[in-house]
Design a protein around this ligand. Structure first.
Ligand SMILES: C[S@@+](CC[C@H](N)C(=O)[O-])C[C@H]1O[C@@H](n2cnc3c(N)ncnc32)[C@H](O)[C@@H]1O
Length: 282
């Protein structure tokens, strides 16, 4: 069984959600995904990268509703295994491909994708480094649309420390303005936060997803029987989000890769153009 070779106490947050089989592991859950996809307006002929795709819920939804081609990548092989099973089950394997890959070093050539979507991945990583890599693989005029957690007010050091204990030491949500600055620093233009909002429910991603899905709950009971430490781990995360929800919001960090500037012509090329009214030699 996926991930069962590790004690729950030793699993990092990604391993935990992969083991539990949580489909929408980001703030706002699947309703936020749908709201954001409406804002991005992906067309059937566009090629989309889902960076940090998790178990592939968003990628398969996009394939079913838009019919575009999608590449999903995630560093966690359990997530990719679940994503492939999902695509198979939902009959979209001809449109969606999933690969184990690191978002810092994507196994794709430059200028491949029309759109890159991401949901709750950069919050755990070096934002500018991630966005530079997404910029590289996007075609000129391509869009990046990244759903991320933001902080709405200054977070005391003790709260930050608890957040890192629950979600991992690299966890670092930014104020909306700083998310935009990270995108601009990577070279994106027309940067904007779409659908910014505070966390409405208790913000606990794992428990919210479990509440909606009885299959997951049944599965959870057998996991608790095998690993009773799971209850403590879930309670810790739930308690943190309940106490500290007012610090957090989320939104779609959105930008566009600019068109490359026209090539600067050398003197000889300009002379050639003027004299012979020709395009410069390649
Ligand atoms: C919170 S989950 C979100 C998953 C999915 N986007 C969703 O919304 O359900 C973060 C995901 O990022 C993946 N991840 C973390 N670091 C990564 C990296 N360096 N490269 C690719 N994926 C990464 C994790 O394995 C995990 O599946």
């Amino acid at each position: 069984m996926i991930g069962e070779n590790k004690r729950v106490e030793e699993m990092n947050y990604f391993e935990l959600i992969a083991w539990l089989g949580i489909g929408s592991s980001h703030p706002g859950g699947f309703p936020a995904t749908k709201q954001n996809l409406d804002a991005v307006q992906i067309k059937p002929e566009e090629y989309v990268l889902d960076a940090g795709c998790g178990s592939g819920l968003t990628a398969c939804h996009l394939a079913k509703t838009v019919g575009c081609k999608i590449m999903g990548i995630d560093i966690n092989s359990q997530m990719i295994e679940k994503a492939r099973q999902r695509a198979e089950k939902e009959g979209v394997s001809h449109l969606v491909e999933f690969k184990v890959a690191d978002v810092y070093e994507l196994p794709f050539a430059d200028n491949q994708f029309d759109v890159v979507i991401a949901e709750s991945i950069a919050v755990f990583l070096d934002k500018v480094k991630v966005y530079r890599e997404l910029y590289r693989v996007l075609k000129p005029e391509g869009r990046v649309a990244d759903l991320e957690m933001a902080i709405l007010k200054e977070m005391p050091a003790a709260v930050r420390h608890q957040m890192e204990e629950c979600f991992g030491s690299g966890t670092n949500p930014l104020p909306f303005q700083e998310w935009l600055e990270a995108l601009a620093q990577a070279g994106f233009q027309d940067v904007d936060i779409k659908n910014p909002q505070p966390l409405r429910d208790n913000g606990n991603i794992v428990l919210n997803e479990l509440k909606k899905d009885w299959v997951l709950v049944k599965d959870l009971m057998s996991k608790i029987n095998r690993q009773p430490g799971l209850v403590r781990r879930l309670q810790k995360n739930a308690g943190f989000m309940k106490r500290n929800r007012s610090y957090f919001g989320f939104g779609l960090v959105y930008g566009r890769k600019p068109t490359p500037p026209p090539l600067k012509l050398g003197f000889k090329d300009r002379l050639w153009q003027v004299l012979f009214r020709r395009k410069p030699r390649q």
